[in-house]
Design a protein around this ligand. Structure first.
Ligand code: SAM
Length: 259
């Protein structure tokens, strides 16, 4: 007899397993090998293969909205934003499921003066932040990882923020914009079809609702950056900067599940 359902994590794993293995881009077991194949040829014309930081991230620093501290890059891929943050004075932890992505990021970091300020880790961000990458982080950035999570893993994602984002810290999020990129299916249909169709589209309202425990600083479309720009920018993405309230702003302890 199989009686193995006791915790929320048991249910989240059950929901993970409803998806076809080849549709899974978020677990170490299935998503890691999938992304390894994606990164195998570094010369492919994939927009985010360029070694340039997100234009919105650079603009947060340029405008003084975010200042150097400890940063965590979730789903860092070949490390372009992590290396940029390190070059700007952050101490960076960067995590990705794919060994090929981490190998590429480490190759890039060997050519970077800021290499000592960044630590790349291979594994699942949702679990590594329970053991090793515990922060607290002043900035968590996520460019293109969140929209590959199935709906139920938003619970794990919010838990991650609750665990490791410092009070007063920032989440810089870049994700597919509805009407421009990603699947518009309602959440429940992804389970009926057992697929995520390449990633989920989000509206500004859905992002505000999901991250309603945080304060919105800015939410806008990413600027389209021309090829000669030193920055990465694609208009099919939302960029959002959210701030976690300080303990004074919440009037309670920010580490007791207030997100
Ligand atoms: C679209 S890519 C973006 C890569 C990088 N942020 C960039 O913009 O260059 C999404 C990345 O998220 C990573 N990823 C997906 N789920 C993850 C998880 N649970 N933990 C860590 N990385 C994850 C994938 O391996 C992939 O490299």
């Amino acid at each position: 007899m199989d009686r193995n359902m006791r915790t929320v994590e048991d249910i989240l794993r059950l929901l993970d397993d409803l998806f076809a293995p080849e549709a899974d881009r978020w677990t170490a077991a299935n998503g890691g090998p999938w992304w390894d194949g994606f990164y195998a040829d570094r010369s492919r014309a994939i927009p985010f293969f360029v070694a340039k930081p997100d234009e919105n991230l650079a603009s947060y620093l340029d405008r003084g909205l975010v200042t150097p501290g400890r940063a965590l890059d979730l789903g860092c891929g070949p490390g372009r934003n992590a290396l940029y943050l390190a070059s700007q004075g952050f101490q960076v932890d960067a995590v990705d499921l794919s060994p090929a992505a981490i190998a590429w990021a480490e190759d890039r970091s060997r050519d970077s003066a800021a290499a000592t300020a960044v630590r790349f880790r291979c594994g699942d961000a949702l679990t590594l932040t329970t053991t090793e990458l515990t922060g607290p982080y002043d900035l968590i950035c996520d460019s293109g990882c969140f929209h590959h999570l199935p709906p139920h893993r938003r619970i794990s994602y919010l838990d991650l923020l609750d665990r490791v984002l410092a009070p007063g810290g920032y989440l810089a999020l870049t994700c597919f914009a509805s009407g421009a990129m990603g699947s518009e299916l309602p959440d429940a249909d992804f389970y009926r079809e057992a697929r995520l169709h390449g990633g989920l589209a989000y509206t500004p309202e859905s992002l505000r609702w999901i991250f309603s425990g945080l304060m919105e600083v800015e939410l806008r479309r990413m600027r389209d950056e021309p090829p000669e720009s030193p920055l990465f920018g694609e208009p099919f993405l939302w960029t959002a900067l959210f701030k976690r309230k300080t303990e004074t702003e919440t009037g309670t302890s920010a580490r007791t599940g207030t997100l």
